[in-house]
Design a binder for this molecule. Structure first.
Ligand SMILES: N[C@@H](CCC(=O)N[C@@H](CS)C(=O)NCC(=O)O)C(=O)O
Length: 202
């Protein structure tokens, strides 16, 4: 049985979405941060980082949201990896770019706007992070020119892992109006039944 530890409203969200894409039954083990459950001895045995998400598949334990999604795709729905090794490489490329390049400035702003009270916000940090976002979105927007998907002509983990970050732009009030390809891509993705199921979990 598959068990995901974490909440869909966090970094774990992309794993909940992937679980819906593979159409397998799974259990959810919510981790209460306020109660410090992520630092409990039993949870640290599963994930020594004391962070979510963690996935347990019949005793096989894996953490890091992108690694979890690759494991789920390789095990349960290989079409999410692309059709050959070149596409597989590009799916990894975009997934690593999403979490390593696009996510840091977006999450930096997100944390400030969502978790830090207005009077304690670091406006310089927000400004610097915001300034990094347009260049990254140009890369993404250009890659989507004339295409519905990032890799090949089918939905893959590249779309899922990058969209899970790009969709946070609306949460940080970063307008995507000048990035028409990204807007169209996100709209198309939002029509996926698995995405809709994931959204209902939020
Ligand atoms: N690189 C990790 C990041 C995980 C992460 O930062 N999770 C947050 C929740 S969004 C967390 O557990 N934070 C608790 C903490 O840092 O104490 C991944 O993508 O899985």
């Amino acid at each position: 049985m598959l068990t995901i530890y974490g909440s869909p409203r966090s970094s774990s969200g992309r794993c909940f979405w992937c679980l819906e894409e593979i159409e397998k039954k799974y259990n959810v083990s919510p981790i209460n941060f306020k109660e410090k459950e992520h630092k409990s001895t039993s949870y640290l045995k599963l994930n020594p980082n004391g962070k979510t998400p963690t996935l347990n598949d019949d005793g096989f334990v894996i953490w890091e949201s992108i690694a979890i999604n690759f494991y789920l795709a390789e095990t349960y729905k290989t079409e999410l990896l692309g059709i050959d090794n070149k596409q597989h490489g590009l799916v990894q490329q975009w997934s690593l770019w999403g979490i390593g390049e696009l996510q840091p400035p977006i999450i930096a702003v997100f944390i400030q706007l969502v978790f830090v009270p207005e009077e304690r916000r670091d406006n310089e940090l927000i400004e610097k992070a915001m300034a990094k976002i347009p260049g990254l979105l140009v890369v993404l927007n250009d890659a989507l020119e004339g295409k519905n998907n990032l890799v090949g002509n089918k939905f893959t983990l590249a779309d899922l892992n990058v969209a899970s970050v790009a969709s946070l732009c609306s949460e940080i009030k970063f307008s995507l109006a000048s990035y028409k390809n990204i807007q169209a891509w996100l709209t198309k993705i939002s029509e996926r039944p698995a995405f809709k199921k994931y959204q209902k979990l939020l």
